[in-house]
Design a protein around this ligand. Structure first.
Ligand SMILES: NC(=O)c1ccc[n+]([C@@H]2O[C@H](COP(=O)([O-])OP(=O)(O)OC[C@H]3O[C@@H](n4cnc5c(N)ncnc54)[C@H](OP(=O)(O)O)[C@@H]3O)[C@@H](O)[C@H]2O)c1
Length: 404
């Protein structure tokens, strides 16, 4: 007879054996708000898988900003995106063990140790089969725009989302990197065609995306200067391979609501002063690429600070998504703004291989026990973290899971 539930922190002896239900951290529309309140522990059914899907036992789950947005219920109520499902089990990063595979899954079997990338698409349309799965009309981010994410004992994913777990990593390290690293990889490598010698300005360079942007630049021979908000974070940027780091608190460049004409003038002056500080790290040259995800408060500065013919690549807007900027800097100096969103399975595999080869390292921040899921999202919401935070699920404790 099936066990009622498996205990947290234990891997059942028999791969594939399913309990009757599972524990999950669930967000529901009626409790949207601060993450500490929005995430609640519930007993949930084990998700059923289709022919091309896989059920994974989650060993550790990575924390991302998307489920801060999901908790707040802004800019959208995510559970309304889940057809016929009234709950949201978030979590767009995980390491785990393949537990059950659908009848048409070819490349994976129960017992395989995996990392999961978060892009889902239909797999059958022309866009999936010739352009890019990110262009699929049904493209979704697993664990944000879908339910059954990784803040649960089991998660349901498409087979194409699986990546081999790098053997030298612990479960928590393996769960920490995919969403942010793979996003940064596409932004720089494929969207901006990053080259040796490029100067790259990285906002939030000690955060999730930024820590990987800095490492990718180092690997490609590009010169990353990281913008951060503390002296400790400056040190982390240099450890990751930045050629320089700047504390943004020393410059009053941020775009604010209801600015007076004097404040606008001062912001322009402070942005020029920031540009001068950047050029000191780049032998007097400007940024070929500005790596953006902060949005409203930084975007006007980003447009000015990219060099003539430079690129501003953007994938997010933590400080607000209605951007305004002086467009003259864009057209007169022929700069490009490039939107980017996660990555496709091919990019995910190529980038994961760089982790397997130890050319890129996870940037593990705080590891929380299973009980800490809501707290970890609160910490992220309040910007009290650095690196990538992880929740242990079936991994008993930190440090486990290395096999090579
Ligand atoms: N579209 C996609 O595929 C995709 C993928 C990943 C993330 N995102 C989005 O990108 C954003 C960042 O994600 P993340 O995981 O890197 O988050 P994160 O770990 O919180 O890092 C973001 C960093 O931005 C900096 N920052 C925050 N507010 C700022 C402000 N007002 N001005 C300047 N810097 C500020 C902070 O660094 P300092 O305080 O040190 O400056 C923070 O460490 C989120 O909005 C997320 O939803 C999108």
């Amino acid at each position: 007879m099936a066990e009622k539930q498996i205990p947290i922190g234990k891997v059942p002896g028999e791969v594939g054996a399913l309990p009757e239900s599972m524990k999950a951290w669930v967000i529901r529309e009626e409790r949207h708000g601060e993450p500490l309140k929005a995430f609640q522990l519930e007993d949930m059914p084990i998700p059923e898988i289709g022919a091309t899907e896989v059920l994974v036992l989650v060993m550790a789950a990575g924390v991302n900003y998307n489920n801060v947005w999901a908790a707040l219920g802004t800019p959208v109520t995510v559970s309304q995106l889940h057809k016929g499902i009234d709950h949201h089990i978030g979590g767009s990063d995980a390491s785990g063990i393949v537990w059950k595979v659908g009848s048409e899954v070819k490349y994976w079997k129960p017992g395989d140790e995996v990392v999961i990338h978060c892009n889902q698409s239909c797999g059958q349309c022309p866009e999936c089969n010739g352009l890019d799965p990110l262009a699929c009309a049904q493209q979704k981010i697993w664990g944000y725009e879908t339910s059954w994410g990784s803040f649960a004992q089991f998660t349901k994913v498409q087979a194409q989302q699986l990546l081999p777990k790098p053997k030298h990593l612990t479960w928590e390290e393996a769960a920490s990197y995919a969403l942010v690293y793979l996003t940064a990889y596409r932004m720089l490598v494929d969207q901006c065609r990053l080259k040796a010698g490029d100067n790259v300005m990285v906002w939030g360079a000690a955060g999730g995306l930024g820590g990987f942007a800095v490492q990718i630049c180092r690997l490609f021979g590009a010169n990353a200067v990281g913008i951060v908000s503390s002296e400790e974070k400056k040190k982390l940027v240099m450890q990751l391979g930045g050629v320089g780091a700047i504390n943004r608190k020393d410059y009053d460049f941020a775009r604010r609501d209801n600015e007076t004409p004097d404040q606008i003038k001062n912001r322009a002056k402070e942005t020029r002063r920031l540009g001068k500080a950047l050029r000191e790290f780049w032998n007097g040259r400007d940024a070929d690429i500005v790596f953006e995800h902060v949005g409203q408060q930084t975007f006007p500065a980003s447009v000015i600070l990219a060099k003539t013919f430079g690129k501003i690549v953007i994938c997010g807007a933590t400080s607000g998504f209605n951007l305004d900027f002086d467009v003259r800097y864009l057209w007169m100096r022929q700069k490009q703004i490039i939107g980017s969103h996660f990555c496709n399975a091919y990019e995910a595999n190529r980038a994961n291989q760089l982790i397997v080869e130890k050319k890129i390292e996870p940037v593990l921040g705080k590891v929380f026990p299973w009980e800490g899921c809501a707290e970890a999202h609160q910490v992220m919401h309040e910007n009290r973290h650095s690196g990538n935070m992880v929740i242990l699920v079936q991994a008993e404790k930190e440090g486990m899971g290395k096999t090579g």
